[in-house]
Design a protein around this ligand. Sequence first.
Ligand code: ATP
Length: 544
Amino acid sequence: MRNYITMKSRALCPCCMEHQPWQMIWLRSCKANPLNNEIRELLKLLSKPNLKALLSVHDTVAQKNYDPILPPMPDNIDDDEDSVKIIRLVKNREPLGATIKRDEHTGAVIVARIMRGGAADRSGLIHVGDELKEVNGIPVDDKKPEEIIQILSQSQGAITFKIIPSVKEENTSKEGKIFMKALFDYDPTDDKAIPCKEAGLPFMKGDILQIMSQDDATWWQAKLEGDANPRAGLIPSKHFQERRLALRKSDVPVQPLKISNRKISEEAVECEEVECAGHNSGGHIAGFRRSFRLSRKDRKTNKTMYECKKSDQYDTADVPTYEEVAKYKRQQNEKYRLVVLVGPVGVGLNELKRKLLISDTQHYGVTVPHTTRPRRNQESDGVEYTFISKHLFETDVQNNKFIEYGEYKNNYYGTSIDSVRSVLAKNKVCLLDVQPHTVKHLRTLEFKPFVIFIKPPSIERLRETRKNAKIISSKDERGAAKPFQEEDFQEMIKSAQIMESQYNHLFDKVIVNDDLTTAYNELKTTFDKLEREAFWVPVSWVHS
Ligand SMILES: Nc1ncnc2c1ncn2[C@@H]1O[C@H](COP(=O)(O)OP(=O)(O)OP(=O)(O)O)[C@@H](O)[C@H]1O
């Protein structure tokens, strides 16, 4: 009985094994052996009329042939035309999901592309490279692709194709297993290079794309992750998109890549688809510091930021196209992911960090910065700052030990990579605020940073909410923080816009700091999720 059920579930189609004789054999074998309770129970169940009826229906269904009835083979087929295939597809409202083109050399009409998961693909009967000979009995050799599309659009119900199958084997081993995060917005209707706009897949920056086929070097096939529609759409390949983005600046028109295993590039038959388818309140927290973020005021006060050595690990910020990603969930025994906060000067990064820290000092931590300025009486080494000599600081800079560093009143200040490690080693969530261009250097397997962009609200809301607030990085003559001015708000908004346009592909989360409590709660919720749920991260952080 078990074998029978297993066999049936594997086959997934009714197979004729008439229940009557089978039941007889089984009953006979049961009688030969002593009956235990289970067998008795089963016998009782099998003799129930409803089960008998079910088995009888099964046998009736299994005896029928549900394959489509094909028209008889034409008599006048040449002997050398032995590889011809007649295919019948039933057309519903769904597009067939295939494109055709004319082969430049032979003049034959061939299937250029099969969209993964589309009707043609699911049928398993049509393949890339198949030569189309007839549609509904009408020869297509002398027809233009537009005329063929016309024939198809006028057909209702079943459509019969006569094709000569291609011999090419398709590589399907990695299909659907690759996921890419889109680092740009894409609208196929705006893309002059796409072979068929209707077959294109629009997407937004940040969307996760499931790559269904990379057979074509220029046009991949993809689906939006989690989308129930099985049919894939065309998207520019990473290489092609990088080339045209890189060349766009120089205004050189980019041709789609030539594909070596194809006789003709598809632009020759463009669009020939078969069917188109408040800081001041709290006490001092050890290690809490002013950030090194630059502003107008920094220039006034001689504060200078230096960019640390470029990392060669990751550079998609320069030509953002796609990044291969995989799902990652932190395991109990693993270190916490580094939390990187980014935002314009005065937006409230320190305030939010401070609130998080005082909410749970055991769980959250911040780095202790390095400085070359002399230690003051009330300060302790390793608490407010790690005090080091100018010579040692410069050596550490040379050795790439700083994430960021800057100069203020002839002294260096910097955040070392080791200071981040030391917070993480204490099994704490490390909160780090950096300039956005530094983020790419932190995107390593070791830190697996989760980047949160703190965004200012509208200027009207800034005026309202920051009426009594002071901008810490703007000091008066006596060194006290000054109230926000209109120009501070304007600069905050402008700087946020620049950050967002240049770096938003690196942001995992955007939080608008309008009402402080709301922003703080959103931050807390994000942290809770980070500890509980799986997130998309660069594939190299998962399969190292
Ligand atoms: N949502 C908010 N509503 C009202 N005031 C706020 C809000 N967020 C921050 N503030 C106040 O704005 C001021 C600047 O905040 P904070 O120092 O945290 O900004 P920052 O981004 O760290 O700036 P900087 O780069 O200058 O250090 C502080 O007085 C803070 O209390």
